[in-house]
Design a protein around this ligand. Sequence first.
Ligand code: ATP
Ligand code: MG
Length: 398
Amino acid sequence: MNELILIKLGEMVLKGLNRRTFEDVLMKNIRYRLADLGGFDIRIAQSAIYVTPKDKETDLEEAAQRIGRIFGIAAFSRARVVEKKLEAILEAAGEYLEDELSEASTFKVETKRSDKKFPLNSPQISMETGGYLLEKFPHLTVDVHQPDVVVHVEVRDFGAYIHGTPLPGAGGIPVGTGGKAAVLISGGLDSPVAAWMMAKRGVDLVGVHFASPPYTSQRAEEKVARLLELVSRYSGRMKMYTMPFTKIQEEIQKNCPEELFTIIMRRFMMRISNIIARKEGCGALITGESLGQVASQTMQAIGCTDIVAEMPVFRPLIGMDKTEIVAIARKIGTFETSIEPYEDCCTVFTPKHPRTRPELKYVQEAEQALDGETLIQECVEAARYRKIGYRKKEEDSF
Ligand code: ATP
Ligand code: MG
């Protein structure tokens, strides 16, 4: 049986002149994400992408799942390809959608004919197909308003395609068309969701994680890597930097007022992330902050950290409630990993009474007690990175 995946493009269809670039990036992303499943012929025509496996044994179900996580896709379906002949179309509709139609009680046929040379027009094709299916499945009736199954017939340039109700795509715009940003990633619930949200807007990611061994364990770091692996199923491959943060935290603890600990620590995170971001060619930072969620996420506290950022800081969760964030975490599959109980460098040193309305002047004064430049330099020099979401072979030659 000739089967393929038919993809309908998302928002980028609207982007006028940029459209070509968007399509090229999307094609590249699809090609990359499917490469290890076998050979595919991938081509684009008339706002649709045709993904045809070269080998009949290819795992099309896995391919469809992966396609469902690629940004820039509005909808997609597995479809049967047949010759552009009415008999072939009818037979394929009855056979390919047999399971769905057997279980349904109502259906309708929708036809799209972009090949105007085909002898029947769209309403005629729908009529013929509907009549054929009613005869083959006598229990069915036609319902044009709320059918259980929509049988799609598309007569296009390269053939005729039969498919059922399309699946929703991941939406958004293709990763790689929206620049690159460094996401400050902890093991918590929020930052993986923030990373996913920015990737959805086409942003390529670099992860920056602060670890404080021995207060935080290797396993805590591995958890963060696993979270980014999950995000990378959507965002594509990325680097994850691990920044040794112990000394900085100890110095802050020793030399600064306890109630300013968190805010000073965050300012260090920002400054260090600036450097990694610049080195990686990023144009922005991303955090998982949500206004008022904790003491360090008040407007004043965010003001004190934002001011040391040397580029825009994207906080896609800023106006979201925890329940909304959790719903996304569940949807994208990071929730279960996020709630695993590992220590985070922030929680290890949390002050009992953090200042919720820190004043910048006092924060800056308190920082005078530290040799910030040297601490930052040492941290950056000791940074390590690993590769997330890379295919095995490539990783070796990275
Ligand atoms: P998350 O669920 O992402 O950990 P949170 O609600 O626990 O967020 P905080 O711990 O205050 O909030 O962290 C706020 C943001 O700061 C995080 O979303 C993340 O972007 C960044 N951040 C916190 N801890 C780390 C860390 N160890 N490494 C890198 N970034 C961090
Ligand atoms: Mg956290």
